[in-house]
Structures are given as structure tokens and as C-alpha cells.
Design a protein around this ligand. Structure first.
Ligand SMILES: [Zn+2]
Length: 550
């Protein structure tokens, strides 16, 4: 079975295929058995097709390799999508959030917490977090939780505080804090540590309550969300026993509309080794990397830095492990053949991680020493000396250009001197570091086109350009979300560019991000997303009835 895609503006991202006067542009793509059989000018590609090939004409639409998100939380996206959508501007104030939580309560199964997500306190009309009392008005008789979009904070109603065991007068837990009212009573807001523990506990409990079919449906829904944004593959940056099992269930039922590369949380590795799920489950599901957190976040000012923050809570951030502890963990997982991916945002954390990597890699003799492609996740404050060190060690970075437009003003406030050196994509790439593009969704939108725009413009919501010298071209930004992201997940031989023999993962857009005004890149419409030759999303129906398998 063959599919011939005609009359398209095809950006192959193949090495050496940069547009030039001597190369004819690619207009046609031939898919055979889920893989690319030919791509290039119309004549030779048509000649390679059999007489029964099914033809889809795209009338000049743009075709890109399927976009790849090297660090996000696919299962969290699916989980939160089932609860109340409390994002701004559609939920502009606390009464709107209350109405949505009330509505969600009506469809939340008995025993489960009523869940909402997506709010940003300074975008609400009230300009602050909602309180437990306000959540009690909406959901008086059972636990309810409202997650902040960052997933670094949440608000609980009184029933939820009681069920979680949090009481007035309790001191702040290590690695976190409670919000309190003027009288010192808990106001329902949790920050950091207790928030992470609560999210994990609730997510696990809700997954356990579901049937296998419901769990597969959750993963399928998440995959459809990504497919509609043009994403065909993603690294899920914190899979655990229950989520990896749910991905495997969905995969076995043919219900995974994207390729998942799982970063397994470090304390789940013993389970992973017994589960039989390590490595390649199918061409849609792989778990061969381990995730470790070295510090906190940039927007919550918990990233571990040298010096201290000039804004609340005025500390130096939180380092989760000493250098020796980290070296021990990295060495242990590397010895077992895993790719290690360490979350590190602040310069003090990145320095510690690089020291651990240098010890484990045993030599600082340049690229080639890091055969497992150990990664740093985020790398926000990876300043020039650290960049040089990372490049020397051959470290791969997975980072998030889309933070710049959504969280960038907060970065500028927290790093008044160094904000031009944060997320230094151009410098990193010039140093030879493979820089994979990603979203960290659901922290921000999963749209790779937003990330590509932000890598090009680097403009915050308030209009400030952070690090104008770190802007990259649209082609380099696209490379981050295709070839570099495929490399970061050890799949560059199969995905990340449109070349004969590779999997037929591609996305059809109504305009090319390489041709439009950069201001417009995030507004480009995804017309179709095709995975292994099979359409998994289509806005316009051109691929109706095409089923090639892959
Ligand atoms: Zn993340």
C-alpha cells in the first residue's frame, strides 16, 4: 500500500538539504508500508510510485517532519484535561473558577478529588491565588484541588486539606511551604514539595481507580492533544510504574497516536527492570532513560544558583543532592546502560551535574565520550563557562524556548543581571551542544510552533527581548524540534527528518515557519498529522480513509 503526497512545500530537514539555488525543492513524498520510500521533486517521486498508490494533493501546503517534544509530561496533560479547565483568559476570575469546579464535581467519580488546573494568579481579576474558603463555596462536601499552571503550587479546599493531613499550626514541610492567612491559618495554597507529593498521590489513586480501558483512553486523549499540535513523538519526562503501564496498555490496544520515549523516575528503576518494560516496547513506546531532579524551578525561584535571588523567597534555591550523591546515582544508572537525564536549572545545580557527569564519563576529552547521550533538562542558567564544559563533555540539552513568552518576565525579575544569558540557545548551539526543543507541557502549551516562535523572537509577554544575541533562525529552531530532539531520544535514524527509509511521520501546515513573518509562526494552523503513514489528526479531511500502518 502506497501513499503519494503531491503539490506540497516539503521541508525535509535532511542533512545537506538546506535550500540552495542548485537543489530542486521537494514537492512530493511517497510513503510505502509506513515509511518514506521517496521524497523530492515531482518527477522522480511519481515515477517511484506504483499504479495503485493513493494520491493526496496538498495544494501547496507545507509538510514538515513530525515535530518532536523532547521534554514534556504527556500523561499529566491527559490527566488534567479530564478535570476543570481553569486557565485564563477563559476563566477570568475566581467566580468563574468556582463555576467550573462545581461543574467538574458533577462528573467526578465517587472517591476521587474534584480537580481543576491551569490558573495563573496574577492573570486572575483578583490578582491572587484563590483560597480554601472560595473552593469550599464551590465544592463544600468533598475534596477539591486546583493546580497552578506551573504545577509548582495548588489550592486545596477544607475537605482536601483534612484528607491530606494538613492542619493549622503545622510548620512548613521541608522543600515546600503552606500559604497562610493573616491569622496564620492555612489558606489552602501549597508550594513545591507537598504539592508534588499530592499530585503524584492523586494521579496514582485516580489511575488505580480506572479500568485498563479508561487508562488507555486517558493516554489516547493526551496523544490526540499532542497530535493536534503537530507533535508525533515526545519524551515523557517523569514516567512511573502506573503511567508507563498505562502507556503500554494503550500501545497494545493500538491507542497511542504518538511515539513516547519514557524518562523513568530514578526511584522506579528497580521496578522497571522487573517489569519487562525496559527498552523498546514497540515503535511507539520506549523506556530506556532515567530522570533525576537536581534542583527546583526558575519561575518559583527554587533553582539552585550561586548568590541569591533579589525577589521572594530570597534564597539560593534548593539542591536536591550533593555532588557525591549525584555522582553515585548517575554512575549506577550509567553502569546499567541507561541514558541519564538530570533536571538542572540554576548555575549551581548545572555545575554539580556537570561534575557528576565528568566523573562518570571518566574523561573530559570531548564529544564521543558520552555515548549514552546523558542530558541536562532545562539548563536555564547554563552560563558561558558551564556551556563550554557541557560541550566538552558532549552533554545533550533538552530545553524550552516557549518559557520565554510565558514566564520570561518572571525570569527577568529573578535574574536582573544575567537574564540575557538564560536559555542561551544560540551560544549553546555554537558550542556544538545538541539542543533539543521541548515544551514541559502542561507547565505551558505543548505547541511546538509557539516554541519555535519564541526561539526566534525571545520576547516576553511584556515585550522585553531576553538575550537578543541568543535568537536563532527559524530553521535552527525547527532543527531543535526535529533532528536534535530525535537525537536526544536515540531515534535520529528513524525520525526527525524526511528521508527514504525513515518512518513516515509528518505534519501538514497552512504556512511554512521558515517563510512567514516570525510574529506569525505560532498562528500557523496544523492541517494534518501523520504517524507512520497513518493520519492521527486532520483538520481538513485530505487524508480521510488513508490507513497504511506503521
Ligand atoms: Zn518537566
Amino acid at each position: 500500500m502506497e501513499l503519494l503526497v503531491e503539490d506540497a512545500d516539503i521541508v525535509t530537514m535532511a542533512s545537506g538539504a538546506a535550500t540552495g539555488p542548485t537543489r530542486e525543492p521537494a514537492r512530493c513524498l511517497l510513503v510505502r508500508d509506513g515509511r518514506i520510500a521517496a521524497v523530492g521533486p515531482a518527477g522522480p517521486v511519481r515515477a517511484a510510485a506504483g499504479p495503485d498508490a493513493r494520491v493526496v494533493r496538498l495544494d501547496g501546503a507545507t509538510v514538515l517532519p513530525g515535530l518532536i517534544d523532547a521534554h514534556c509530561h504527556v500523561s499529566d496533560v491527559g490527566y488534567l484535561a479530564a478535570g476543570a479547565d481553569c486557565r485564563q483568559p477563559s476563566a477570568p476570575d475566581i467566580p468563574a473558577i468556582q463555576a467550573r469546579l462545581r461543574e467538574a464535581a458533577g462528573r467526578t467519580p465517587p472517591g476521587a478529588w474534584v480537580t481543576g488546573s491551569g490558573y495563573v494568579e496574577y492573570q486572575l481579576r483578583e490578582g491572587r491565588h484563590p483560597t480554601r474558603a472560595e473552593l469550599d463555596v464551590a465544592v463544600p462536601d468533598r475534596p477539591a484541588v486546583l493546580y497552578h499552571t506551573s504545577l509548582h503550587a495548588c489550592v486545596l479546599n477544607s475537605a482536601a486539606l483534612a484528607e491530606a493531613g494538613f492542619a493549622d499550626g503545622q510548620p512548613d514541610p521541608p522543600g515546600g511551604a503552606f500559604g497562610r492567612d493573616a491569622a496564620g491559618r492555612l489558606d489552602g495554597v501549597l508550594f513545591e514539595g507537598p504539592m508534588f507529593a499530592l499530585f503524584e498521590r492523586n494521579f496514582r489513586a485516580d489511575l488505580a481507580r480506572m479500568s485498563a480501558a479508561q487508562r488507555a483512553g486517558l493516554m489516547q486523549g493526551a496523544g490526540q492533544h499532542f497530535a493536534a499540535l503537530g507533535v508525533t513523538a515526545a519524551c515523557d519526562a517523569d514516567v512511573r510504574r502506573d503511567t508507563l503501564t498505562a502507556f503500554a496498555e494503550a500501545d497494545e490496544h493500538g491507542a497511542l497516536p504518538m511515539r513516547i520515549y519514557g524518562l523513568v523516575v530514578h526511584d522506579q528503576v528497580d521496578w522497571l527492570l522487573e517489569s519487562g518494560l525496559r527498552g523498546r516496547h514497540s515503535d511507539r513506546l520506549t523506556a530506556d532513560a532515567v530522570k533525576i531532579w537536581a534542583d527546583g524551578g526558575m519561575s518559583s525561584r527554587t533553582a539552585a544558583i550561586h548568590g541569591s535571588y533579589p525577589v521572594a523567597p530570597f534564597g539560593s534555591g534548593i539542591l536536591s543532592f550533593s555532588r557525591d550523591e549525584l555522582t553515585g546515582m548517575v554512575g549506577d544508572f550509567a553502569a546499567r546502560g541507561f541514558q541519564v537525564c538530570v533536571h538542572a536549572q540554576g548555575d549551581r545545580a548545572i555545575e554539580t551535574v556537570l561534575e557528576a557527569y565528568a566523573t562518570v564519563l571518566g574523561k573530559a576529552d570531548g564529544p564521543g565520550g558520552n555515548a549514552r547521550r546523558h542530558r541536562i533538562e532545562h539548563a536555564g542558567a547554563m552560563y558561558p563557562a558551564l556551556t563550554a564544559r557541557a560541550a566538552q563533555l558532549g552533554i545533550v540539552v533538552a530545553s524550552q524556548p516557549g518559557f520565554l513568552s510565558t514566564l520570561g518576565d518572571g525570569f527577568a525579575a529573578a535574574f536582573p543581571q544575567a537574564c540575557d544569558q538564560l536559555y542561551a540557545f544560540a551560544s549553546w548551539r555554537q558550542a556544538g551542544i545538541p539542543v533539543a526543543g521541548s515544551s514541559d507541557a502542561p507547565v505551558i502549551t505543548a505547541s511546538p510552533l509557539t516554541g519555535i516562535r519564541d526561539a526566534v523572537l525571545r520576547r516576553t509577554a511584556a515585550g522585553q527581548v531576553l538575550g537578543p544575541g541568543e535568537r536563532v533562525t527559524a530553521r535552527d529552531a525547527l532543527d531543535m524540534y526535529t533532528r536534535a530532539a530525535a537525537f536526544a531520544m536515540h531515534r535520529e535514524d528513524e525520525i526527525g527528518s524526511l528521508e527514504p527509509g525513515k518512518l513516515a511521520d509528518f505534519v501538514v501546515l497552512d504556512a511554512s515557519p521558515l517563510a512567514v513573518d516570525p510574529e506569525r509562526i505560532a498562528d500557523i494552523q496544523v492541517l494534518a498529522t501523520v504517524l507512520g503513514g497513518t493520519p492521527v489528526y486532520q483538520a481538513s479531511g485530505q487524508f480521510s480513509g488513508v490507513e497504511l500502518g506503521g
